[in-house]
Design a protein around this ligand. Structure first.
Ligand SMILES: *[C@@H]1O[C@H](CO)[C@@H](O)[C@H](O)[C@H]1NC(C)=O
Length: 345
């Protein structure tokens, strides 16, 4: 067998062998944050799909007020494909990055004084499968779409609640922004239908909340700037100059878009090779935008989330890695030994 094929088979087998069960861990410390976390963080995986072939990663932050009574909010970030971590660290979660110049050291975290977890317990879910630290156990399971995502989230929620029965009776909300404008209403509709069908556990659904939601592309895109102008948010002068405006944050400087997910930013990349497809394979070190740009902070997540100690602290599952024997030497050796001796694998 060719070496490459062997490695690949070993890797696949290793991934199949690592049977994941629903699991969660309490996280008391995070690299880059000084001292023990002053809030309760749990991370874990919930398997969804018929044979749990999609493993969804989540961060659960308990309400800092009265978790027994406070609402439970399931939060989705947009994309589709933006990590739940971006909702946690850049939007409504308990920590933010210290946005200082990156010098090669692990980016550091500080408390977010505006964390919504002061009012509610929040479940941040890496969804759809393939987002953030969520992963698929089969190539088929990695295919996704809006309906499948909604179905998976519904399963996720039910399983998570069964595993955390103390939260079943709390008022329940779904929230999200951006592309979640498509998936959140569909998920809420589904939960509501299932409640009417008396499917257990009954979910104490109270409502949903959306920020800058995607609804209808044409109407939305054509009305953003006229709406902002009409509401007096931008001056006549600025309105006339809208071609240079940062559309997502109209009062901020116009900066290059940057997402830590390399493919999402490929359209803004410069490359000597103009072939679009080959750009997908390029993953150079990103160039930093000026530090006054909001996108500067986004880059820090790339360094933080890719850090080994961070992943360890979050109890993220590490796969076989690219070269399986390097990442899982004991398992690989045991498998090789069986293979070379004609024993059953
Ligand atoms: C980077 O800066 C921080 C202070 O902001 C410092 O603690 C750290 O040692 C620096 N790292 C390097 C590699 O210079």
């Amino acid at each position: 067998m060719e070496m490459a094929k062997l490695c690949f088979s070993l890797l696949l087998l290793l991934q199949l062998c690592m049977q994941p069960a629903a699991s969660h861990s309490t996280v008391k410390f995070l690299p880059g944050f000084q001292g023990p976390l002053p809030f309760e963080l749990e991370t874990g995986y919930v398997g969804v799909g018929e044979s749990e072939e999609a493993q969804l990663f989540y961060y659960f932050v308990k309400s800092e007020k009265n978790p027994k009574e406070d609402p439970l909010l399931l939060w989705l970030t947009g994309g589709p494909g933006c990590s739940a971590f971006s909702g946690l660290a850049y939007e409504i979660g308990p920590v933010n990055f210290n946005t200082v110049e990156y010098n090669g050291s692990l980016p550091t975290l500080r408390l977010n004084p505006y964390s919504w977890t002061k009012e509610a317990s929040i479940l941040f879910v890496d969804s759809p499968v393939g987002t953030g630290f969520s992963y698929a156990r089969t190539p088929h399971a990695s295919q996704t779409g809006d309906f499948k995502q909604v179905h998976h989230l519904d399963q996720f929620l039910r399983k998570w609640l069964m595993d955390h029965p103390e939260f079943i009776s709390n008022p329940f909300y779904v929230g999200g922004d951006s592309y979640s404008g498509i998936t959140v209403p569909a998920l809420v509709q589904r939960i509501s239908n299932e409640n009417e069908e008396d499917i257990k556990p009954l979910i104490n659904l109270q409502g949903y909340i959306l920020g800058n939601p995607r609804t209808d592309m044409v109407v939305e895109q054509n009305s953003q700037i006229p709406f902002a102008h009409g509401m007096g948010l931008i001056s006549n002068e600025l309105y006339e100059l809208t071609s240079g405006v940062e559309k997502s944050h109209i009062l901020e400087p116009h900066c290059q878009f940057f997402s830590p997910k390399p493919r999402a930013s490929s359209r803004n990349r410069r490359s000597l090779n103009v072939n679009e497809q080959s750009q997908e394979f390029l993953d150079p070190e990103p160039t930093f935008p000026p530090i006054g740009c909001r996108s500067y902070g986004y880059l820090l997540a790339r360094y933080w989330d890719n850090d080994h100690n961070v992943r360890k602290a979050l109890h993220v599952r590490q796969g076989g890695g690219h070269t399986a024997p390097e990442y899982r030497p004991a398992e690989c050796y045991a498998m090789f030994q069986r293979w070379i001796n004609h024993d059953p694998l």
